[in-house]
Design a protein around this ligand. Structure first.
Ligand SMILES: NC(=O)c1ccc[n+]([C@@H]2O[C@H](COP(=O)([O-])OP(=O)(O)OC[C@H]3O[C@@H](n4cnc5c(N)ncnc54)[C@H](O)[C@@H]3O)[C@@H](O)[C@H]2O)c1
Ligand SMILES: N[C@H](CO)Cc1c[nH]c[nH+]1
Ligand SMILES: [Zn+2]
Length: 429
């Protein structure tokens, strides 16, 4: 169910290209119609689409999660869940605290310059919930916003047929103090956050991963609001030499395959023996897992084992693919790290499985996918902050540079610009 390719780049890149073009254009018309419905009819359309795509029937008053629903969720989560969540919150918060940028200012001879950093006022967080519920994505999206100081954090996530949200997702929101949670998902939720409805006031920015409908909607509303990035279906690339354990490698490949039929799981290895063993292990372990159908589809279409001659070739492949997650299951991972240029998150050694990063190591699990790690970075505190330049010149300091400013304005033919300098010295001279 997972093919071995012998060093041929072409076959691999053709598959990846096909995957990255399973794309927006096929879904755009339907998503545009949904967004237009939300823009024109607000809550009425939101409730209609929630019924159509999620099977949940609400009145406008039932969209927002109530305090009773938050409290009830604590009774439903498994033993140990809240303690595990609190450890994850601690690690993720500590990691993101280090990303916080401060305002800075400099001054000399009547000139005061600086950069004032402020949080974005309101942010909408999309927490996926179609085929699985993601309490961990609540933490990954909200904690950097909290660290940044965002005042209004709004969370949306799709309800199940009976109109309920996952208790784990609700507990995660409650633990972080998020009060505004709405039971809507898909493109209609993105539309509600971007344009506002009678029940959901609009936000300034929308963040968070989701399926192709969510990603297409985020792209479409960019400009009405800001967005973080298009974090699409999950990906893993394991780069392994003969020191790797085939059981661990197979398990890590399967961990991402279970997210989505469009997820991609790749192994690049220098060892033919390992390639064969991983192939067998993948079959053996899949039989023991629950989300077999998704895994089998994802591996059939986007699972590959690539045999290469040496580690240099493997690294070149990895940099070209720019995966969301890159595991370096090699004897000397820290040496290989130096040559990695493009990856959302890099996991070193045989005991740093990707799911550790998904849940509680500390770094963010919202990462660039589909090769966009060549230019995008993981979701971070910076995504929730904006900067303003600060400029002060004294009368004397302006006098020193007035001629140069007027020459530059003149060169652009902008006499009103020149005049704004000139009037100050006509009056005072
Ligand atoms: N990068 C990350 O950090 C990260 C984290 C978690 C999940 N993910 C990814 O997020 C995705 C989650 O997808 P999901 O589907 O489970 O949840 P989702 O919440 O993204 O999507 C579910 C919604 O899609 C809409 N929808 C479904 N079928 C539709 C249709 N035919 N027409 C219109 N709308 C439709 C529905 O409104 C539904 O509420 C997966 O691809 C997973 O890999 C990524
Ligand atoms: N691996 C996903 C990002 O691609 C994140 C996640 C959440 N829960 C489990 N995994
Ligand atoms: Zn995952």
């Amino acid at each position: 169910m997972i093919d071995i390719i012998n060093g041929s780049k072409d076959e691999l890149f053709a598959t990846l290209k096909e995957r990255s073009t399973v794309d927006f254009k096929d879904y755009q018309p339907q998503v545009d119609e949904i967004l237009q419905g939300i823009q024109e009819r607000g809550d009425e359309a939101l409730l209609e689409y929630t019924k159509k795509f999620d099977g949940a029937v609400f009145t406008p008053q039932q969209i927002a999660v109530t305090e009773e629903e938050f409290q009830g969720a604590y009774d439903e989560v498994a033993e140990g869940f809240v303690a595990a969540l609190r450890l994850a919150i601690k690690n993720i918060r500590e990691y993101h605290e280090k990303q916080k940028q401060n305002s800075w200012f400099t001054s000399s001879e009547g000139v005061f310059l600086g950069q004032k950093v402020s949080p974005i006022a309101s942010v909408g967080i999309y927490v996926p919930g179609g085929t699985a519920a993601y309490p961990s994505s609540v933490l990954m999206n909200a904690l950097p916003a909290i660290v940044a100081g965002v005042k209004r954090i709004v969370m949306v996530t799709p309800p199940g047929k009976e109109g309920k949200l996952s208790p784990g997702v609700l507990v995660a929101a409650k633990e972080l103090g998020i009060k505004e949670v709405y039971k809507v998902g898909g493109a209609q939720a993105v539309g509600a956050l971007a344009f506002g409805t009678q029940s959901i006031p609009k936000v300034d920015k929308i963040v968070g991963p989701g399926n192709i409908y969510v990603a297409t909607a985020k792209r479409a509303v960019y400009g009405y609001v800001d967005i973080d990035m298009i974090a699409g279906p999950s990906e893993i690339l394991v780069l392994a030499d003969e020191s790797a354990n085939p059981r661990y490698v197979a398990a890590d490949l399967l961990s991402q395959a279970e997210h989505d039929p469009l997820a991609s799981s790749l192994l690049i290895t220098t060892s033919e023996v390992l390639a064969e063993e991983v192939k067998e292990e993948v079959l053996r372990q899949t039989a023991l897992l629950e989300r077999k159908e998704i895994i089998e589809k994802s591996l059939k279409d986007y699972g590959k084992i690539i045999l290469v001659k040496n580690l240099e070739e493997a690294v070149a492949f990895a940099n070209e693919i720019a995966p969301e997650h890159l595991e370096l299951c090699v004897e000397k991972p820290f040496e290989v790290l130096n040559s990695i240029e493009n990856a959302g998150a890099i996991f070193l050694g045989h005991y740093t499985p990707e799911p550790l990063g998904d849940y509680l190591a500390g770094p963010n699990h919202v990462l660039p996918t589909s090769g966009t790690a060549k230019f995008y970075s993981p979701l971070s505190v910076e995504d929730y902050m904006k900067k303003s330049s600060v400029i002060y010149y004294s009368q004397e300091a302006l006098k020193k540079v007035k001629d140069e400013v007027m020459i530059l304005a003149e060169a652009e033919g902008l006499t009103a610009h020149k005049n704004s300098i000139k009037v100050r010295y006509e009056e005072n001279d």
